[in-house]
Write a protein that binds this ligand. Structure first.
Ligand code: KG4
Ligand code: ZN
Length: 342
């Protein structure tokens, strides 16, 4: 069965063709990075206009690269939320039109659920129950996965998402957007033990996250009270690298602590990590160290399935449809705050 996935929830226009929920035949992503770079973040109106301009060409490319024609596609799935409402509307309405025109089933999927499915897609041996952790630019979510399709919420960020804090700290350190990979690179040259930045909400039993305090602590450390502009400009390369490494350690440490504690409490067989921050190598190291002691397997998506993409969308759409054909419907709308927990 061939599924075509479409994703336009933020600043990537993506389309992919996946066979039987796992085998990726094409995975095309048009990033709008250059468009938003000068603003230091995504401008929603610009994102929507760009999606409209390119979506048709991106779907055509995904089909061409898969070697299939539209007539050979069996199913279309599209992200209905969460995300920027204007951006979601483009993908949802495009997918509705395409599916309707072809007489195909259309499966709406949740973006956060698709991120965690990316991990399952790359690790077919994953065992349940599992703890799911989605760490991206828009989300920091922890949940129990009883089985794919059945989720229970444990916690969310109460302010910034973890990826967003990487982006903000990158900007503070004069690194380009997207900040996560840049901070990771600079952190390799630094010492994570030089500055003890705060670990948000770790003293409470709560599974929620908070990243705004960490971001502010980094801000004061770099631009501190009483420092003149000359002092700030004098921050050495070594200091910048130490700030990057110490920030990264604090940001990731919380994710690992809470996910591992949840795995213990809910007797999970595995931990499934997804989202852009899952591409971070230090996160993988920290998890493998901790989880090995606990005897829990930790699964990450293949690198191309970490950041936003449509292969995870096509895969999840197939999975939901084969489990229950009533997952296919035209009767849905784009939803900025779409949820998937029972
Ligand atoms: O999943 P994604 O593409 O988009 C959202 O759904 O938000 O995630 C993008 C986020 C950005 O904030 C980016 O800085 C972060 O993921 N990211 C990373 C790394 N690669 C991407 N953060 C830390 N380390 C990385 N290697
Ligand atoms: Zn995402």
């Amino acid at each position: 069965m061939f599924a075509l996935g479409i994703e336009t929830s933020c600043d990537e226009t993506a389309a992919a063709v996946v066979r039987d929920g796992r085998e990726i035949l094409s995975n095309v992503i048009a990033s709008q990075l250059d468009l938003h770079a000068e603003y230091g973040g995504v401008v929603p109106e610009l994102a929507c206009r760009k999606h409209i301009q390119v979506i048709d060409g991106i779907v055509e490319r995904a089909l061409a690269e898969s070697g299939l024609g539209l007539a050979e596609i069996d199913l279309i799935s599209v992200v209905r939320g969460p995300g920027l409402i204007g951006a979601l509307l483009i993908g949802v309405n495009y997918a509705k039109g395409l599916a309707w025109g072809q007489g195909l089933p259309l499966v709406p999927v949740n973006h956060v659920e698709a991120h965690v499915y990316g991990s399952a897609m790359s690790n077919p041996q994953m065992e349940f129950p599992a703890v799911g952790l989605v760490a991206s630019g828009g989300h920091t979510s922890l949940f129990v996965i009883e089985n794919l399709g059945k989720y229970r919420r444990l916690g969310e960020t109460t302010d910034d998402a973890v990826g967003e804090s990487f982006d903000k700290v990158a900007s503070l350190l004069g690194l380009p957007y997207v900040g996560g990979p840049e901070v990771e690179k600079l952190a390799l040259k630094g010492d994570p033990n030089v500055i003890r930045f705060p670990r948000g909400l770790t003293k409470k039993r709560s599974y929620n996250f908070s990243y705004s305090g960490l971001k502010t602590a980094v801000l004061y450390h770099v631009k501190g009270y009483g420092k003149t502009k000359r002092d700030r400009d004098r921050i050495s390369e070594k200091e910048r690298a130490d700030v990057a490494a110490s920030f990264q350690e604090a940001a990731l440490d919380v994710l690992v602590q809470k996910a591992v504690r949840a795995a213990e409490e809910f007797r999970a067989r595995s931990i499934a990590v997804g989202g852009g921050v899952a591409a971070n190598r230090r996160l993988r190291e920290l998890f493998h160290g901790c989880a090995a002691k606990l005897g829990v397997a930790v699964h990450f998506p293949a690198p191309e399935l970490c950041t936003d993409n449509a292969a995870m969308v096509a895969g999840l759409g197939h999975r939901l449809y084969t489990k229950d054909a009533s997952a296919a419907t035209y009767d849905f709308d784009a939803e900025a705050n779409a949820d998937f927990f029972q």
